[in-house]
Ligand binder design. Structure first.
Ligand code: ATP
Length: 440
């Protein structure tokens, strides 16, 4: 059973090609030959990314009493990265092949020879993954700043600000969405591992002693979030870290893994970081970052549960999960069975002909639906081709305006998954679509 499940189900090339063809993801600076491991999001990709962020923000921030959001700067005081341990230890062991010159992460290759040509490898040297730049006009050591390699530290350094401005009591958490940068040695697998990416992270502060059940709770909540957005449970699994995999300060960590085309890989990590982060920042900043617990009249450093995921990896996982092909009379129908709240386009308005009276009605419907949803208008080629184009980008519903519309003031709603059709009065269209789409 396990063997069958771990077999990659879909060639990544199909996803990469769909993404380029339909405008989800393009290679960065493509006309100059591309920039390795940076990707640009096209018109559909940017909508879908926004939908993922919104779904995450809704479930993890807005719908919870115990969560608030922030947005910290990408550039932070360089001492932040000394305190967090990134300056000293955010490094991977790098080896080069002396024969073919290819570069590898020593911990990702089996044995001590080059996996490409079998050649001899150099000794491993540690390579810090943080991008450095300079603040101000002088390029000297004193003005070095880093592009953040994670969003987490922005939440730790704002712990007191949030506590004082919101008067939250433990347990409570801070969430943030934003860009991070890592000079990865072996990026790849399309948008799975890139050098510039976006994270959605939560730092959830708890009373020591309550951390274990709350950690379990977050693992469950985060796992269910993917299921609620339609991800297939067969393609998701939890992987608790073994003790020797854990960072020295971490008490426990469980990854949510997804069955990507290249195999099971991390989608999100949920760690119990104990009180390491607040302790470190207290020590390095000289500020008291303890929490005063009124019940016990004591000061202590809260423990931290950290659910940390990446938007780009999620987008890839949702696309892979939704991708489907089925035979039809014209060959193969490609369908992205995306959850409506993630689909970049919710509704397509399709007039059957380009003749005036139909266009006027269709444009009127388009203007009305646009107030609520992201809508596309398409009047080119046959209706069958237009349905296929919408299926391929995951549009859940099409609204077809036909000649009968001029007589009965009704349109046809066509469903992406079932291809079923229903006739609906134009005056009932918005509630009918709302009911089918849910919260979007
Ligand atoms: P990995 O083991 O894959 O390098 P990690 O354990 O270093 O990931 P974290 O530091 O826990 O990752 O970051 C949290 C999340 O951020 C990851 O689960 C992933 O979704 C995302 N992420 C991390 N690095 C990258 C990257 N280079 N490209 C895209 N997403 C990333």
């Amino acid at each position: 059973m396990e063997a069958a499940r771990s077999k990659p189900k879909l060639d990544m090339e199909k996803i990469v090609s769909l993404c380029k063809r339909r405008g989800f993801v393009f290679q960065s600076s493509e006309i100059y030959g591309g920039l390795a491991s940076v990707w640009d999001y096209g018109p559909l990709g940017v909508e879908m990314k926004r939908n993922i962020r919104d779904a995450w923000w809704r479930a993890n921030i807005r719908q919870r009493d115990d969560m608030v959001g922030i947005e910290a700067g990408i550039l932070m005081h360089p001492q932040v990265w000394v305190a967090s341990g990134h300056v000293a230890t955010f490094a991977d062991p790098l080896v080069d092949c002396k024969v073919c010159r290819q570069r590898f992460r020593a911990d990702q290759i089996p044995g001590d020879r080059c996996p490409n040509c079998g050649g001899e490898l150099t000794a491993a040297r540690m390579f810090n993954l943080m991008f450095k730049t300079f603040m101000g006009p002088v390029e000297e050591d004193a003005s070095v700043v880093y592009l953040r390699p994670e969003t987490a530290q922005g939440m730790f350094v704002n712990f007191l600000n949030v506590l004082n401005s919101t008067r939250k009591k433990l347990p409570f958490g801070i969430g943030q969405v934003g860009r991070s940068f890592r000079n990865e040695i072996t990026p790849g697998n399309f948008i799975f591992r890139t050098r510039e990416f976006e994270q959605m992270e939560i730092e959830y502060f708890v009373k020591p002693g309550t951390d274990e059940p709350l950690h379990e709770r977050w693992i469950e909540d985060r796992f269910n979030w993917y299921l609620d957005l339609g991800m297939k449970s067969d393609n998701l699994r939890l992987r608790p870290h073994s003790v020797d995999e854990l960072a020295h300060y971490a008490k426990a960590c469980t990854d949510i893994e997804y069955l990507f085309p290249m195999g099971w890989s991390e989608l999100e990590g949920i760690a119990n970081r104990a009180d390491y982060d607040l302790q470190q920042h207290s020590k390095h900043s000289g500020k008291d970052l303890t929490y005063f617990d009124e019940e016990s009249s004591t000061h202590f450093f809260p423990y931290v549960i950290e659910p940390a995921g990446g938007v780009d990896r999620m987008l890839l996982a949702f696309l892979v999960d939704a991708y489907d092909e089925e035979p039809d009379k014209e060959g193969i129908r490609v369908v992205l069975r995306l959850h409506p709240s993630l689909a970049p386009v919710k509704v397509a308005v399709l007039p059957l002909s380009r003749k005036d009276p139909l266009i006027a009605v269709a444009k009127d419907i388009l203007g009305n639906l646009r107030k609520t949803w992201s809508v596309q208008y398409d009047d080119a080629q046959s209706i069958g081709k237009r349905y296929r184009r919408q299926d391929e980008i995951g549009t859940p519903l099409c609204v077809t305006v036909d000649f009968e519309t001029l007589n009965d003031n009704a349109v046809t709603i066509r469903d992406r998954d079932t291809m079923g059709q229903a006739r609906i009065a134009i005056s009932d269209l918005v509630p009918a679509l709302s009911q089918r789409l849910g919260v979007c």
